[in-house]
Design a binder for this molecule. Structure first.
Ligand SMILES: Cc1cc2nc3c(=O)[nH]c(=O)nc-3n(C[C@H](O)[C@H](O)[C@H](O)COP(=O)(O)OP(=O)(O)OC[C@H]3O[C@@H](n4cnc5c(N)ncnc54)[C@H](O)[C@@H]3O)c2cc1C
Length: 671
């Protein structure tokens, strides 16, 4: 038997979660008051979990490295959050959300988890509305919805292009209420740098106070990791600059298996890279694909003329444009899932049709939508023969009301007006579907250590559909973990406060202190960013949008070399006993340098294409799907969970076979 027990409950799919909740053990309110829980992370997952656990009566210690919980990366989420409410009466249902998510993830996720996610999705919206989250509403005052890629219904709730911000403010106010009540102790500017295990169970963490440099011991009956994704292993990504893998990697090294590290989402609509000195990429929300049409010129002469500045995109007629997504995928058009849209953009740019100087950009054009909305508004206002200018003015106002902040952001960065000329976009690293392996209860392979939100290997399989990360993070934090953690803690009600004086805490603290000492003593010649950039370059080149055996082997050996060089030649100025952002970064990059190699190893072993993982050796060669990714269900329908064994190259894989009883495995077609 596999060492991985997913603990998926028995029974029919639709009853599993309800039956599980009905039968798991509970902790009585008086006992909850004696139980401590550490939650690392205050994004949507950690913030909602900490607030809910405290509300239930547990004593919560909450950690984040920012100066305030509400600066977690979740604040940046733009486009929306899915829920199967069927407010549009367009045929949505819990089953359809479940089905779309499993199919969108290219049949590499657990059916039971995804069904649970779809079941609780509606509760999330009710919870957030009750908190006062100002979701977009339609003319009549009802909650509005829009569409995201990979689905044929409108189920995405949104707050303009600032959905994450509004949701996080909701979770943050719930958290603050518990801080004020004394049920949550908040540790801002604290970074978890080690997990402490006592008798095999997670019993605490070592955290570094980022302002004083002091190492602190914190104990609890259980530890929850909600530290977000690891997209910054690529150096350039749409993630917040501080997003990192340290908390997840530290628990991996203490026994938590790391699942499917190679499953990364490369988002199709980001502002293209402008040069080598950039440190961040900016997302243009997928919601824009509701109204924007993606194209490149049909003719190479036009491409060259545009690049040389002799021709403007708006000068090209419809006939001279190749709306390649609409051409290749007539059923889903511009709303194909992200992995499909990204590969299609790469295919056009690789063929030479990229429209900017680097040849890595395609157009996202709103002219048709502006016309369509303008005419609609003119009809509503009963205008007779409105001028072209009037129609454009009315249409632009509708676009502004839907996506105004995104258009403003684009104009500020690119210095072009997207109401007047198409946006330029290109794929960029955005989200990591891989992460810490968890069972159905969200417990990792370390007893008492849980992992939620983007940090776990999640419910998204090999590709995440838009607007489902916020759904998953909040489902985990508000509606799943608060139930499942009780089942574990009910066996711990006789355990008193955990002492931080035990040898396990002393040793863990010493491990951290030795590691910091070692980093500070290198005093080499290169900055931390120097090594991070090298890592990112190797990752993008060999482990990016297209991967092959030769490149992946190269990536593994190059990353190993970069890691060796880092430990010999990195220079960290300042000292360890005060605020030192370079030291913080060095610790995080050291972990990325290990994770990167495991990432490539995982991609190398998975000799199939699925979701965001595209192996050049595994492509459909004939028929309607010619050129599309080719999945191999016979050999690879499993979760690959890696056990730490020292060097990343020595990690040992455990398989969790995926069983599909309610969904038939099919070739994923959006044609
Ligand atoms: C630009 C952008 C737009 C997006 N838009 C959408 C969208 O519209 N819809 C959608 O569904 N998804 C969207 N996503 C994805 C979504 O935002 C994230 O997946 C989600 O917010 C992650 O939430 P989280 O709570 O898991 O982690 P995060 O929000 O990343 O929070 C991580 C927390 O962990 C803390 N932390 C990390 N490590 C440590 C440590 N070692 N010690 C102490 N604290 C630590 C941090 O301080 C932080 O509080 C978007 C992502 C990006 C990049």
């Amino acid at each position: 038997m596999s060492v991985l027990d997913s603990k998926i409950p028995e029974g029919p799919l639709k009853d599993k979660w309800t039956n599980h909740k009905n039968h798991i053990n509970l902790v009585n309110p008086a006992n909850k008051r004696n139980i401590d829980i550490i939650v690392v992370g205050t994004g949507l997952a950690g913030g909602s979990a900490a607030a809910s656990l405290a509300e239930m009566g547990y004593n919560v210690k909450s950690f984040c490295y920012q100066d305030s919980p509400r600066r977690a990366h979740s604040i940046a989420a733009q486009g929306g959050i899915n829920a199967a409410k069927n407010y549009q009466n367009d045929g949505d249902s819990v089953y359809r959300l479940f089905y779309d998510t499993v199919k969108g993830g290219d049949y590499r996720s657990r059916e039971a988890n995804v069904h649970r996610l779809a079941e609780v999705s509606g509760n999330i919206i009710d919870q957030c509305v009750a908190q006062g989250v100002p979701f977009g509403r339609d003319y009549g005052g009802l909650l509005d919805n829009r569409s995201f890629g990979g689905v044929l219904v409108s189920r995405t709730f949104y707050a303009k292009g600032q959905t994450g911000q509004q949701l996080l403010l909701g979770a943050y106010s719930a958290l603050n209420r518990q801080i004020a009540k004394g049920k949550v102790t908040m540790y801002n500017r604290h970074e978890m740098v080690e997990l402490v295990k006592v008798n095999g169970k997670a019993r605490g963490i070592i955290a570094r106070n980022l302002e004083t440099g002091e190492l602190e011991r914190h104990s609890a009956h259980a530890v929850v990791i909600a530290s977000g994704g690891y997209g910054n292993v690529f150096f350039l990504s749409t993630n917040a600059m501080g997003s990192n893998a340290t908390a997840a990697w530290k628990i991996h090294k203490k026994g938590a298996h790391f699942a499917n590290p190679c499953y990364t989402q490369i988002h199709p609509t980001c502002i293209p890279r402008s040069g080598d000195h950039q440190s961040k990429l900016t997302l243009m929300s997928e919601s824009l694909r509701n109204d924007g049409r993606i194209w490149v010129p049909k003719n190479m002469e036009d491409v060259l003329a545009i690049r040389e500045g002799k021709l403007k995109p708006i000068d090209l007629s419809e006939k001279q444009r190749d709306y390649y997504l609409e051409r290749r995928y007539p059923a889903f058009g511009n709303l194909v899932p992200r992995d499909v849209a990204s590969r299609a953009a790469k295919e056009r740019c690789d063929a030479g049709y990229g429209v900017n100087e680097t040849g890595e950009a395609v157009y996202l054009d709103f002219a048709s939508a502006i016309q369509r909305y303008g005419k609609q508004e003119a009809a509503i206002a009963r205008m007779e023969s409105p001028s072209d200018e009037k129609i454009i003015e009315l249409g632009a106002a509708v676009i502004e009301s839907k996506y105004g902040n995104l258009f403003q952001m684009y104009e500020k960065i690119v210095a072009q007006d997207p109401y007047k000329t198409p946006m330029m976009i290109y794929p960029a690293v955005h989200y990591t579907m891989g992460g810490v392996w968890v069972d159905y209860n969200l417990m990792t392979s370390v007893e008492g250590c849980y992992c939620i939100g983007e940090a776990n290997f999640s419910d998204h399989g090999a590709n995440r559909l838009g607007a489902s990360a916020l759904m998953q993070g909040l489902a985990d934090g508000y509606f799943v973990l608060p139930y499942t953690i009780g089942d574990y803690l009910s066996n711990d009600i006789r355990t008193r406060k955990i002492s931080t004086e035990s040898s396990e805490f002393v040793e863990a603290e010493k491990e951290v202190s030795d590691r910091i000492e070692k980093l500070m003593n290198i005093q080499g010649t290169k900055s931390v960013d120097h090594f991070h950039k090298l890592l990112g370059k190797a990752m993008w080149e060999y482990v990016g949008m297209a991967r092959n055996e030769e490149g992946l082997k190269k990536a593994m050996s190059e990353i190993k070399q970069i890691r060796t060089d880092f430990w010999n030649d990195v220079r960290i100025p300042g000292d360890k006993n005060s605020l030192n952002p370079e030291l913080e970064k060095a610790g995080r990059v050291a972990d990325f340098l290990e994770l990167g190699e495991l990432f490539a190893k995982d991609a190398l072993h998975r000799n199939e294409s699925c979701g965001g993982h595209f192996r050049e050796e595994s492509v459909e060669l004939d028929g309607l799907q010619k050129g599309e990714a080719k999945r191999n269900d016979t050999d690879y329908a499993y979760v690959a969970a890696w056990e730490y064994k020292g060097e990343p190259a020595d990690a040992v894989m455990h398989k969790e076979e995926l069983e599909f009883n309610d969904i038939e495995l099919k070739q994923r077609s959006y044609k």
